[in-house]
Write a protein that binds this ligand. Sequence first.
Ligand code: MN
Length: 402
Amino acid sequence: MTWIDIPEDSPFGPDNLPLGVFRLGDQEPRVGAAIGNLVIDLAPVASAQMLDGSQLFAEPTLNAFLALGRPAWRATREWLLDLVQNENDRDAVEPHLIPQSAVTMQLPFKVADYVDFYASEQHATNLGRLFRPDAEPLLPNWKHLPVGYHGRAGTVVASGTDIVRPSGQRKPPGADAPEYGPSQRLDIEVELGYVVGSPSTLGKPVPVGAFEDHVYGVVLVNDWSARDLQAWEYVPLGPFLGKSFATSISPWVVSLEALKATKVPLGRQEPAVLPYLAGDDLTNFDITFEVSWNGELVSSPPYKDMYWSPAQMLAHLSVNGASIRTGDLFASGTVSGPDKDQRGSFIELSWGGREPLTVKGEDRTFLQDGDEVTITGWAAKPDGSRIGLGSVTGRITPALDR
Ligand code: MN
Protein backbone atom coordinates (compact mmCIF):
# COMPACT_ATOMS: atom_id res chain seq x y z
CA MET A 1 0.00 0.00 0.00
CA THR A 2 1.13 3.52 -0.70
CA TRP A 3 -0.15 7.06 -0.58
CA ILE A 4 1.34 7.65 -4.05
CA ASP A 5 -0.98 7.38 -7.02
CA ILE A 6 0.23 4.50 -9.24
CA PRO A 7 -1.36 3.59 -12.58
CA GLU A 8 -2.77 0.04 -12.63
CA ASP A 9 -0.40 -1.19 -15.36
CA SER A 10 2.77 0.43 -14.00
CA PRO A 11 5.88 -1.76 -13.86
CA PHE A 12 6.96 0.15 -10.77
CA GLY A 13 4.64 -0.68 -7.89
CA PRO A 14 5.31 0.18 -4.25
CA ASP A 15 7.22 -3.08 -3.64
CA ASN A 16 9.67 -2.60 -6.55
CA LEU A 17 11.45 0.74 -6.00
CA PRO A 18 14.29 0.32 -8.51
CA LEU A 19 17.15 2.82 -8.44
CA GLY A 20 18.49 4.80 -11.37
CA VAL A 21 20.26 8.03 -12.24
CA PHE A 22 18.23 10.88 -13.71
CA ARG A 23 18.95 14.31 -15.11
CA LEU A 24 16.44 17.12 -14.69
CA GLY A 25 17.04 20.07 -17.01
CA ASP A 26 20.58 21.35 -16.63
CA GLN A 27 20.96 20.06 -13.07
CA GLU A 28 23.64 17.53 -12.17
CA PRO A 29 22.54 13.90 -12.58
CA ARG A 30 21.62 12.18 -9.30
CA VAL A 31 20.02 9.05 -7.90
CA GLY A 32 16.29 8.45 -7.90
CA ALA A 33 13.85 5.64 -7.19
CA ALA A 34 11.00 4.85 -9.58
CA ILE A 35 7.43 4.51 -8.40
CA GLY A 36 4.52 4.59 -10.85
CA ASN A 37 5.18 7.38 -13.35
CA LEU A 38 7.33 9.27 -10.88
CA VAL A 39 10.91 9.54 -9.71
CA ILE A 40 11.62 10.12 -6.04
CA ASP A 41 14.52 12.58 -5.88
CA LEU A 42 16.33 10.78 -3.08
CA ALA A 43 19.16 13.18 -2.22
CA PRO A 44 17.05 15.97 -0.67
CA VAL A 45 14.71 13.52 1.06
CA ALA A 46 17.57 11.53 2.59
CA SER A 47 19.46 14.67 3.53
CA ALA A 48 16.43 16.23 5.31
CA GLN A 49 16.02 13.01 7.29
CA MET A 50 19.76 12.92 8.06
CA LEU A 51 20.02 9.42 6.66
CA ASP A 52 23.47 7.84 6.89
CA GLY A 53 25.11 8.07 3.49
CA SER A 54 22.52 10.51 2.11
CA GLN A 55 25.24 12.22 0.05
CA LEU A 56 25.59 9.05 -2.06
CA PHE A 57 22.25 9.86 -3.69
CA ALA A 58 23.69 13.13 -4.99
CA GLU A 59 26.30 11.19 -6.99
CA PRO A 60 26.03 10.91 -10.81
CA THR A 61 26.26 7.07 -10.64
CA LEU A 62 25.06 4.34 -8.31
CA ASN A 63 28.58 2.99 -7.77
CA ALA A 64 29.22 4.46 -4.30
CA PHE A 65 25.86 3.15 -3.11
CA LEU A 66 26.48 -0.26 -4.72
CA ALA A 67 29.82 -0.54 -2.91
CA LEU A 68 28.11 -0.35 0.51
CA GLY A 69 27.07 -4.00 0.46
CA ARG A 70 24.05 -6.00 1.38
CA PRO A 71 23.26 -4.79 4.94
CA ALA A 72 23.17 -1.19 3.69
CA TRP A 73 21.15 -2.16 0.58
CA ARG A 74 18.56 -3.79 2.83
CA ALA A 75 18.42 -0.84 5.20
CA THR A 76 17.94 1.51 2.24
CA ARG A 77 15.14 -0.65 0.91
CA GLU A 78 13.40 -0.60 4.33
CA TRP A 79 13.71 3.18 4.39
CA LEU A 80 12.31 3.48 0.84
CA LEU A 81 9.40 1.14 1.59
CA ASP A 82 8.59 3.21 4.63
CA LEU A 83 8.70 6.47 2.64
CA VAL A 84 6.10 5.31 0.15
CA GLN A 85 3.92 3.37 2.60
CA ASN A 86 3.81 5.72 5.56
CA GLU A 87 1.37 8.60 5.24
CA ASN A 88 3.47 10.47 7.82
CA ASP A 89 6.29 10.77 5.28
CA ARG A 90 4.05 12.33 2.66
CA ASP A 91 4.85 15.97 3.42
CA ALA A 92 8.59 15.25 3.30
CA VAL A 93 8.51 13.25 0.06
CA GLU A 94 5.78 14.80 -2.07
CA PRO A 95 7.74 17.96 -2.99
CA HIS A 96 10.49 15.70 -4.36
CA LEU A 97 8.38 13.61 -6.72
CA ILE A 98 9.24 14.32 -10.36
CA PRO A 99 7.34 12.97 -13.39
CA GLN A 100 9.47 10.45 -15.28
CA SER A 101 8.48 12.27 -18.46
CA ALA A 102 10.39 15.34 -17.20
CA VAL A 103 13.74 13.62 -16.69
CA THR A 104 16.37 11.98 -18.90
CA MET A 105 17.62 8.69 -17.55
CA GLN A 106 21.39 8.12 -17.58
CA LEU A 107 23.57 5.04 -17.52
CA PRO A 108 22.79 3.96 -13.93
CA PHE A 109 26.32 2.92 -12.95
CA LYS A 110 29.84 3.19 -14.26
CA VAL A 111 30.44 -0.24 -15.74
CA ALA A 112 33.62 -1.81 -14.41
CA ASP A 113 34.08 -5.16 -16.18
CA TYR A 114 31.53 -6.75 -18.47
CA VAL A 115 31.10 -10.49 -18.98
CA ASP A 116 28.54 -12.13 -21.22
CA PHE A 117 27.42 -15.73 -20.70
CA TYR A 118 25.58 -18.19 -22.95
CA ALA A 119 23.28 -19.83 -20.40
CA SER A 120 20.19 -20.73 -22.46
CA GLU A 121 20.32 -24.30 -23.74
CA GLN A 122 17.73 -23.47 -26.39
CA HIS A 123 19.72 -20.48 -27.68
CA ALA A 124 23.07 -22.34 -27.62
CA THR A 125 21.45 -25.23 -29.51
CA ASN A 126 19.87 -22.92 -32.10
CA LEU A 127 23.14 -21.01 -32.65
CA GLY A 128 25.10 -24.25 -32.84
CA ARG A 129 22.78 -25.46 -35.62
CA LEU A 130 23.07 -22.16 -37.49
CA PHE A 131 26.83 -21.59 -37.14
CA ARG A 132 27.96 -25.25 -37.29
CA PRO A 133 25.26 -27.15 -39.23
CA ASP A 134 27.37 -30.29 -39.61
CA ALA A 135 28.31 -30.73 -35.95
CA GLU A 136 26.64 -31.46 -32.61
CA PRO A 137 24.94 -28.16 -31.71
CA LEU A 138 26.16 -28.12 -28.08
CA LEU A 139 29.93 -28.32 -27.69
CA PRO A 140 31.28 -30.84 -25.11
CA ASN A 141 31.95 -28.21 -22.41
CA TRP A 142 28.51 -26.61 -22.46
CA LYS A 143 26.85 -28.59 -19.65
CA HIS A 144 29.98 -28.58 -17.48
CA LEU A 145 30.55 -24.85 -17.21
CA PRO A 146 28.66 -21.65 -17.96
CA VAL A 147 30.37 -20.60 -21.21
CA GLY A 148 31.15 -16.89 -21.37
CA TYR A 149 33.54 -14.24 -22.64
CA HIS A 150 34.85 -10.87 -21.46
CA GLY A 151 33.07 -8.07 -23.28
CA ARG A 152 33.78 -4.36 -23.60
CA ALA A 153 32.63 -2.39 -20.54
CA GLY A 154 33.32 1.00 -22.13
CA THR A 155 30.66 0.51 -24.81
CA VAL A 156 27.80 -0.40 -22.49
CA VAL A 157 25.37 2.44 -23.18
CA ALA A 158 22.21 3.88 -21.69
CA SER A 159 18.85 2.93 -23.09
CA GLY A 160 17.86 5.34 -25.84
CA THR A 161 21.40 5.75 -27.18
CA ASP A 162 21.48 5.48 -30.99
CA ILE A 163 23.40 2.47 -32.28
CA VAL A 164 25.65 3.22 -35.26
CA ARG A 165 25.70 0.28 -37.65
CA PRO A 166 29.14 -1.30 -37.23
CA SER A 167 31.45 -2.00 -40.14
CA GLY A 168 34.04 -4.70 -40.30
CA GLN A 169 35.30 -7.81 -42.03
CA ARG A 170 32.99 -10.55 -43.16
CA LYS A 171 33.34 -13.39 -45.60
CA PRO A 172 30.14 -14.11 -47.53
CA PRO A 173 29.33 -17.79 -48.16
CA GLY A 174 31.28 -19.02 -51.21
CA ALA A 175 33.56 -15.96 -51.37
CA ASP A 176 37.32 -16.54 -51.70
CA ALA A 177 38.37 -13.63 -49.55
CA PRO A 178 36.89 -11.43 -46.82
CA GLU A 179 35.54 -7.97 -47.57
CA TYR A 180 35.05 -4.84 -45.48
CA GLY A 181 31.79 -2.95 -45.06
CA PRO A 182 28.76 -2.20 -42.93
CA SER A 183 27.28 -5.25 -41.21
CA GLN A 184 24.43 -6.74 -43.20
CA ARG A 185 23.29 -9.04 -40.42
CA LEU A 186 22.81 -6.72 -37.47
CA ASP A 187 20.92 -8.41 -34.66
CA ILE A 188 19.78 -8.13 -31.05
CA GLU A 189 20.21 -10.40 -28.04
CA VAL A 190 17.64 -10.33 -25.24
CA GLU A 191 19.45 -10.82 -21.94
CA LEU A 192 19.26 -10.25 -18.21
CA GLY A 193 22.21 -8.40 -16.68
CA TYR A 194 23.44 -8.82 -13.09
CA VAL A 195 24.94 -5.79 -11.36
CA VAL A 196 27.78 -6.36 -8.89
CA GLY A 197 27.91 -4.17 -5.78
CA SER A 198 30.35 -5.65 -3.27
CA PRO A 199 33.80 -6.43 -4.64
CA SER A 200 35.75 -9.61 -3.92
CA THR A 201 39.39 -10.21 -3.07
CA LEU A 202 41.91 -11.06 -5.80
CA GLY A 203 42.82 -14.72 -5.55
CA LYS A 204 39.66 -15.67 -3.65
CA PRO A 205 36.77 -17.26 -5.59
CA VAL A 206 33.18 -16.23 -4.80
CA PRO A 207 31.23 -19.37 -3.82
CA VAL A 208 27.73 -20.00 -5.21
CA GLY A 209 26.32 -19.29 -1.74
CA ALA A 210 27.70 -15.74 -1.69
CA PHE A 211 25.83 -14.52 -4.76
CA GLU A 212 23.43 -12.27 -2.83
CA ASP A 213 26.27 -10.72 -0.83
CA HIS A 214 27.84 -9.41 -4.02
CA VAL A 215 25.08 -8.83 -6.56
CA TYR A 216 22.76 -5.87 -5.97
CA GLY A 217 20.22 -6.39 -8.72
CA VAL A 218 19.40 -6.70 -12.40
CA VAL A 219 18.93 -4.68 -15.59
CA LEU A 220 17.62 -5.55 -19.04
CA VAL A 221 20.37 -5.99 -21.64
CA ASN A 222 20.33 -5.79 -25.43
CA ASP A 223 23.63 -7.26 -26.62
CA TRP A 224 23.63 -5.90 -30.19
CA SER A 225 25.42 -8.40 -32.44
CA ALA A 226 26.76 -8.22 -36.01
CA ARG A 227 26.34 -11.83 -37.10
CA ASP A 228 28.36 -11.56 -40.32
CA LEU A 229 31.35 -10.08 -38.46
CA GLN A 230 30.90 -12.62 -35.67
CA ALA A 231 30.75 -15.66 -37.98
CA TRP A 232 34.05 -14.77 -39.66
CA GLU A 233 36.05 -13.65 -36.61
CA TYR A 234 34.95 -15.89 -33.75
CA VAL A 235 37.14 -18.94 -34.39
CA PRO A 236 39.09 -19.81 -32.27
CA LEU A 237 38.99 -17.09 -29.59
CA GLY A 238 35.32 -16.16 -29.49
CA PRO A 239 33.25 -12.97 -29.81
CA PHE A 240 35.15 -9.74 -30.52
CA LEU A 241 34.19 -6.85 -32.84
CA GLY A 242 30.85 -8.39 -33.77
CA LYS A 243 29.77 -7.63 -30.19
CA SER A 244 31.93 -4.84 -28.78
CA PHE A 245 30.47 -1.86 -30.67
CA ALA A 246 27.54 -1.39 -28.25
CA THR A 247 25.51 -3.07 -25.51
CA SER A 248 22.39 -1.27 -24.22
CA ILE A 249 21.05 -1.55 -20.68
CA SER A 250 17.82 -0.40 -19.04
CA PRO A 251 17.95 2.62 -16.72
CA TRP A 252 16.34 1.18 -13.57
CA VAL A 253 18.28 -1.35 -11.49
CA VAL A 254 15.80 -3.70 -9.79
CA SER A 255 17.14 -5.12 -6.52
CA LEU A 256 17.37 -8.81 -5.68
CA GLU A 257 15.30 -7.95 -2.59
CA ALA A 258 12.45 -6.79 -4.82
CA LEU A 259 12.78 -9.96 -6.92
CA LYS A 260 12.81 -12.32 -3.94
CA ALA A 261 9.25 -13.62 -4.38
CA THR A 262 9.82 -14.24 -8.10
CA LYS A 263 12.54 -16.85 -7.61
CA VAL A 264 12.03 -20.33 -9.04
CA PRO A 265 14.19 -23.43 -8.48
CA LEU A 266 16.87 -24.11 -11.06
CA GLY A 267 16.01 -26.96 -13.45
CA ARG A 268 17.80 -30.30 -13.32
CA GLN A 269 21.43 -30.29 -14.49
CA GLU A 270 22.62 -33.53 -16.06
CA PRO A 271 25.49 -34.47 -15.98
CA ALA A 272 26.06 -33.33 -12.40
CA VAL A 273 28.20 -30.21 -12.14
CA LEU A 274 31.54 -30.01 -10.34
CA PRO A 275 31.34 -29.20 -6.60
CA TYR A 276 32.22 -25.51 -6.97
CA LEU A 277 29.13 -25.05 -9.17
CA ALA A 278 26.81 -27.14 -6.98
CA GLY A 279 24.30 -25.87 -4.42
CA ASP A 280 21.10 -27.05 -2.76
CA ASP A 281 19.03 -23.96 -3.34
CA LEU A 282 20.09 -22.68 -6.76
CA THR A 283 17.43 -20.50 -8.33
CA ASN A 284 16.38 -18.53 -11.37
CA PHE A 285 13.80 -15.78 -11.74
CA ASP A 286 10.35 -16.10 -13.28
CA ILE A 287 10.92 -13.32 -15.79
CA THR A 288 9.23 -12.80 -19.15
CA PHE A 289 10.64 -10.45 -21.79
CA GLU A 290 8.84 -8.83 -24.70
CA VAL A 291 10.64 -7.72 -27.86
CA SER A 292 9.11 -4.95 -29.98
CA TRP A 293 10.54 -4.33 -33.43
CA ASN A 294 9.38 -0.95 -34.70
CA GLY A 295 6.50 -1.23 -32.27
CA GLU A 296 5.41 -4.73 -33.25
CA LEU A 297 5.67 -7.53 -30.68
CA VAL A 298 7.82 -10.27 -32.28
CA SER A 299 8.92 -12.44 -29.35
CA SER A 300 8.35 -13.20 -25.64
CA PRO A 301 11.39 -15.08 -24.28
CA PRO A 302 11.01 -16.74 -20.84
CA TYR A 303 13.91 -16.57 -18.37
CA LYS A 304 12.92 -19.22 -15.84
CA ASP A 305 14.25 -22.22 -17.78
CA MET A 306 17.78 -20.90 -18.25
CA TYR A 307 20.18 -23.81 -17.73
CA TRP A 308 22.70 -21.98 -15.50
CA SER A 309 21.76 -19.99 -12.42
CA PRO A 310 23.34 -16.54 -11.92
CA ALA A 311 25.02 -17.79 -8.71
CA GLN A 312 26.82 -20.40 -10.83
CA MET A 313 27.83 -17.75 -13.38
CA LEU A 314 29.41 -15.64 -10.63
CA ALA A 315 31.11 -18.66 -9.03
CA HIS A 316 32.50 -19.67 -12.39
CA LEU A 317 33.75 -16.26 -13.47
CA SER A 318 35.71 -15.96 -10.19
CA VAL A 319 36.79 -19.59 -9.66
CA ASN A 320 40.28 -18.85 -10.99
CA GLY A 321 40.69 -16.12 -8.39
CA ALA A 322 39.72 -13.25 -10.68
CA SER A 323 38.22 -10.57 -8.46
CA ILE A 324 34.96 -8.77 -9.10
CA ARG A 325 34.52 -5.03 -8.75
CA THR A 326 31.74 -2.63 -7.90
CA GLY A 327 29.97 -1.88 -11.17
CA ASP A 328 30.76 -5.20 -12.84
CA LEU A 329 28.02 -6.36 -15.15
CA PHE A 330 27.54 -9.96 -16.12
CA ALA A 331 24.79 -10.86 -18.54
CA SER A 332 22.97 -14.16 -18.93
CA GLY A 333 23.39 -14.65 -22.64
CA THR A 334 20.49 -14.61 -25.07
CA VAL A 335 17.27 -15.89 -23.56
CA SER A 336 15.39 -18.24 -25.88
CA GLY A 337 12.50 -20.57 -25.09
CA PRO A 338 11.45 -23.68 -27.01
CA ASP A 339 8.71 -22.00 -29.06
CA LYS A 340 9.42 -19.97 -32.16
CA ASP A 341 7.90 -16.83 -30.66
CA GLN A 342 10.17 -17.20 -27.61
CA ARG A 343 13.47 -16.75 -29.44
CA GLY A 344 15.63 -13.91 -28.16
CA SER A 345 17.48 -12.96 -31.36
CA PHE A 346 16.56 -12.24 -34.97
CA ILE A 347 19.03 -14.82 -36.31
CA GLU A 348 16.92 -17.42 -34.49
CA LEU A 349 13.55 -15.84 -35.27
CA SER A 350 14.41 -15.70 -39.00
CA TRP A 351 16.43 -18.95 -38.84
CA GLY A 352 19.63 -17.50 -40.23
CA GLY A 353 17.72 -15.10 -42.48
CA ARG A 354 15.99 -17.90 -44.40
CA GLU A 355 12.56 -17.49 -42.79
CA PRO A 356 11.68 -13.78 -42.76
CA LEU A 357 9.28 -12.37 -40.18
CA THR A 358 6.49 -10.00 -40.98
CA VAL A 359 7.08 -6.71 -39.20
CA LYS A 360 4.58 -3.94 -39.87
CA GLY A 361 3.62 -5.68 -43.09
CA GLU A 362 7.20 -6.06 -44.38
CA ASP A 363 9.38 -9.17 -44.66
CA ARG A 364 12.30 -8.69 -42.29
CA THR A 365 15.33 -10.72 -41.25
CA PHE A 366 18.01 -8.48 -39.71
CA LEU A 367 17.98 -4.82 -38.65
CA GLN A 368 17.68 -1.98 -41.17
CA ASP A 369 18.78 1.61 -40.60
CA GLY A 370 16.10 3.49 -38.68
CA ASP A 371 14.77 0.36 -36.98
CA GLU A 372 14.02 0.61 -33.29
CA VAL A 373 14.01 -2.30 -30.87
CA THR A 374 12.54 -2.13 -27.37
CA ILE A 375 12.82 -4.94 -24.85
CA THR A 376 10.59 -4.88 -21.79
CA GLY A 377 10.49 -7.40 -18.98
CA TRP A 378 8.79 -8.26 -15.74
CA ALA A 379 9.16 -10.84 -13.01
CA ALA A 380 6.04 -12.67 -11.81
CA LYS A 381 5.24 -13.45 -8.19
CA PRO A 382 3.29 -16.63 -7.36
CA ASP A 383 0.13 -14.54 -6.82
CA GLY A 384 0.42 -13.21 -10.39
CA SER A 385 1.52 -9.71 -9.42
CA ARG A 386 4.55 -8.30 -11.21
CA ILE A 387 7.85 -6.62 -10.51
CA GLY A 388 8.57 -4.65 -13.70
CA LEU A 389 12.07 -4.28 -15.07
CA GLY A 390 11.17 -1.33 -17.28
CA SER A 391 12.57 -1.28 -20.80
CA VAL A 392 15.69 -0.88 -22.89
CA THR A 393 15.49 0.69 -26.32
CA GLY A 394 17.79 1.62 -29.18
CA ARG A 395 17.59 2.77 -32.80
CA ILE A 396 19.94 1.88 -35.64
CA THR A 397 21.62 4.74 -37.47
CA PRO A 398 23.55 4.33 -40.75
CA ALA A 399 27.16 3.16 -40.82
CA LEU A 400 29.68 5.99 -40.97
CA ASP A 401 31.48 6.54 -44.28
CA ARG A 402 35.19 5.94 -44.37
MN1 MN B 1 25.18 -12.00 -25.77
